[in-house]
Ligand binder design. Structure first.
Ligand SMILES: Cc1cc2nc3c(=O)[nH]c(=O)nc-3n(C[C@H](O)[C@H](O)[C@H](O)COP(=O)(O)OP(=O)(O)OC[C@H]3O[C@@H](n4cnc5c(N)ncnc54)[C@H](O)[C@@H]3O)c2cc1C
Length: 528
C-alpha cells in the first residue's frame, strides 16, 4: 500500500534534510524527486560544475527584466537528489546574525540567531572541529579548500592592502572582511545535501526514495492534505500521507505546486482553470534574489584558470588527478575567495558580498572567453526589489513564469554601484596589479550614468531566489513560524521559499537549516 507517515516533495537542500531526519526518527517517509540520483562524477567532482549538465539543471529563464534593459535572466536550479546543492558552488555561508534576528523582529518567533545557531551546528561536520559557532558531528561536511589558485590568494592580499580586514571564518564571530571560503566538500568531493542525509539511508525500510517522478499536485480533502499525485512518464500515481506532506521543491517549484493544488492568488488560479482551495495572495509573491555584477579582467598570467590549449590540457590532467587522488584543481569551487563589506551608510550589516573567480566569466559561464584572466562578483545582499513566480501552464513539468523584477527599486542599483566601485579599487591594489589586469569593460567608473548602463546591460542573479512561500506571523503569510501552511491542514514547506527576507549570504546552509528545523516541527506535530 502506497501509504506513508510523511511524503516529502523534492530532494534538494531542504527536502533531503527533512526526509533524512524524519526517517532517522523512525517515521516512514516517501521522498519524491523529479530528477535522478546525481551520484556520478559530473556531480561529485567539484570543478565539473563549470560544464553544463542538462540532466541536473532546470536551466530556467526569467521573463524579460525591465531593470536589466529588457534582457532575459538565467536561473539555474538543481534537479535530482541534492537539488541545487548538487550543482552549486559549494560555498558554505550562513548569512549574518542580523538576518535571523530581523526574521524574529518581523514576527517569526523562534528564528532569532540564537535559535537557529544550534541547527546550523547540528547539521554541520566542520573539519576545523567543534566550537561555539561550529559543529563537528553533523552529516553536512564543511571543509577548507584542498587546492587554492594563486590568484585567489592575491585577491585576499589585495583586499588587505586596501586596509580591508581579513576574516578566517565568515560564519564565526563576525561576517565582515575578506578571505577564503569554506566549502561543502568531503575529501575533495562535493557533499550535497543528499549525500549528507539521503544516501546514508539508501535501502532503509523507513525511506522510500523515488526518482524521476514529477509531483503534479497535492491531494486535499476537507481542508486536509492527504497525499500527493505525481506523474512518471504518461502515468499518474497517488501516494497517501497519514501524517502530512512537506513541500521542498524550492523557491520556484514549491509555489508552483501550491498553485497547481489550488492554494494561491484566487484570480490567477481561475485564469488557469484551477479550483481555488485557499486564496493565498502571498504564494509566489515576494521573490527576492541577489542581483550580481561580474567585473572581469584579462591577464597574461598563466597561473590563472584559462581557456587555452595549455589551459585545457591542464584541466584534462586535473581530472585524472582528481579521479586518482581527489586532489588538485578539480576540487575548486571556482568562487574560492570573497568577502563581505558595507558600502552604504546606515546598513545594519554588510550589504555587498564578493566572490573572486580566477578565470574570466561571461554570461554564467555559458559563453567561453579565450585566454587567462579573473572575475570579481559583487552582489547586493539585502535587495529591496520584489518579484513573482506565476504559473505558465497546468503541468508541473513546464517551467513556471519567473519574474525577479531585478533593480526595480533604485536602492538596489545605488548599492550595487558602490559595490562595483569597490571591486575595482581592490583590483587596483599591488597584489592584483602584479597580474597586469586589463579591464574587459572599461568605463568612467565615477560617472553614475555610465556605470548604471553597464550594470543594467550585464548584471544577473548569483542564484539565491527566496521568499515565494514566506514565513510570518500574519494570516496573509504562507507559512507560520513552525513552517505549517496556513489555510490547509497537514502541510509544511521546508526550503528557501519560506525565508521572509533574503539572508546576507549564500543560501544552501540556510535551506538545510530550515529542513533540519522542519523535521523537528513535523515530529512535534505528529507526536501531539
Ligand atoms: C548554480 C548555483 C550556484 C549556487 N552556489 C551556491 C553556493 O556556492 N553556496 C550556497 O550556499 N548556495 C549556492 N546556491 C544556492 C543554493 O544551492 C540553493 O539556495 C539551495 O540549494 C536551495 O535549496 P532548496 O531546498 O530551496 O531547493 P533545491 O535544492 O533547488 O531543491 C528543490 C528540489 O525539488 C525538486 N523538484 C522541483 N519540482 C518538483 C516536482 N514537481 N516534483 C518533484 N520534485 C521536484 C527539484 O528537482 C530539486 O531537487 C547556488 C545555486 C545555484 C543554482
Amino acid at each position: 500500500m502506497d501509504e506513508f507517515d510523511v511524503v516529502v516533495v523534492g530532494g534538494g537542500s531542504g527536502g533531503s534534510a527533512v526526509a533524512g531526519r524524519l526517517a532517522e526518527a523512525g517515521k516512514r517517509v516517501c521522498l519524491l524527486e523529479a530528477g535522478g540520483r546525481n551520484n556520478g562524477m559530473r556531480i561529485t567532482t567539484p570543478g565539473m560544475l563549470a560544464i553544463p549538465n542538462k540532466a541536473a539543471n532546470y536551466m530556467y529563464d526569467t521573463v524579460p527584466q525591465k531593470g536589466l534593459n529588457g534582457r532575459v535572466g538565467y536561473q539555474p536550479r538543481g534537479k535530482g537528489l541534492g537539488g541545487s546543492s548538487a550543482i552549486n558552488a559549494m560555498v558554505y555561508i550562513r548569512g549574518n546574525k542580523w538576518d535571523y534576528d530581523n526574521w524574529a523582529a518581523l514576527g517569526c518567533t523562534g528564528w532569532a540567531y540564537a535559535d537557529v545557531l544550534p541547527y546550523f551546528k547540528r547539521a554541520e561536520h566542520n573539519v576545523r572541529g567543534e566550537s561555539q559557532y561550529h559543529g563537528d558531528d553533523g552529516p553536512l561536511w564543511v571543509s577548507d579548500q584542498k587546492y587554492m589558485n594563486e590568484g585567489s590568494l592575491a585577491f585576499v592580499e589585495a583586499a588587505q592592502q586596501l586596509q580591508l580586514p581579513i576574516n578566517a571564518d565568515f560564519n564565526g564571530e563576525k561576517q565582515e572582511g575578506f578571505g577564503l571560503y569554506q566549502v561543502t566538500q568531503k575529501d575533495g568531493e562535493r557533499w550535497s545535501a543528499a549525500r549528507a542525509y539521503v544516501e546514508p539511508r539508501r535501502g532503509s525500510a523507513n525511506l522510500d526514495t523515488r526518482i524521476g517522478v514529477t509531483v503534479q499536485k497535492l491531494e486535499i480533502e476537507d481542508g486536509r492534505v492527504t497525499g500527493v499525485t505525481y506523474s512518471i512518464g504518461k502515468r499518474r500515481r497517488t501516494v497517501k500521507a497519514r501524517g502530512g506532506v512537506v513541500l521542498s521543491a524550492g523557491a520556484f517549484n514549491s509555489p508552483q505546486i501550491l498553485m497547481l493544488s489550488g492554494i494561491g492568488p484566487a484570480q490567477h488560479l481561475k485564469e488557469h482553470g484551477i479550483e481555488v482551495v485557499a486564496d493565498r495572495q502571498a504564494v509566489g509573491a515576494d521573490l527576492q534574489d541577489h542581483i550580481d555584477y561580474v567585473s572581469s579582467w584579462e591577464s597574461d598570467n598563466k597561473g590563472l584558470i584559462g581557456s587555452t590549449l595549455a589551459g585545457n590540457i591542464r584541466m584534462a590532467k586535473a581530472i585524472i588527478e582528481h579521479r586518482r587522488k581527489r586532489t588538485g584543481i578539480m576540487t575548486t569551487p571556482y568562487a574560492e575567495a570573497g568577502g563581505f563589506w558595507t558600502v552604504m551608510p546606515d546598513a545594519p550589516a554588510p550589504d555587498i558580498q564578493w566572490h573572486f573567480v580566477p578565470a574570466m566569466l561571461e554570461d554564467h559561464g555559458r559563453t567561453t572567453v579565450k585566454g587567462y584572466g579573473f572575475s570579481l562578483h559583487a552582489c547586493v545582499l539585502r535587495p529591496e526589489s520584489r518579484g513573482t513566480v506565476r504559473l505558465a501552464s497546468r503541468d508541473a513539468k513546464d517551467a513556471p513564469r519567473i519574474d525577479p523584477n531585478f533593480l526595480d527599486d533604485d536602492r538596489d542599483i545605488a548599492t550595487l554601484r558602490e559595490g562595483v566601485r569597490l571591486s575595482h579599487r581592490i583590483v587596483e591594489s599591488p597584489a592584483l596589479q602584479a597580474y597586469n589586469p586589463k579591464d574587459r569593460y572599461p568605463i568612467d567608473l565615477a560617472d553614475d550614468a555610465q556605470l548604471d548602463e553597464l550594470i543594467r546591460s550585464r548584471a544577473d542573479t548569483v542564484y539565491h531566489p527566496v521568499g515565494t512561500c514566506r514565513m510570518g506571523p500574519g494570516e496573509d503569510d504562507v507559512v507560520d513560524p513552525t513552517l505549517k501552511v496556513r489555510g490547509v491542514e497537514g502541510l509544511w514547506v521546508a526550503d528557501a521559499s519560506v525565508m521572509p527576507r533574503l539572508v546576507s549570504g549564500n543560501t544552501n546552509a540556510p535551506s538545510i537549516m530550515i529542513g533540519e528545523r522542519c523535521a523537528d516541527f513535523v515530529k512535534d506535530a505528529l507526536a501531539g
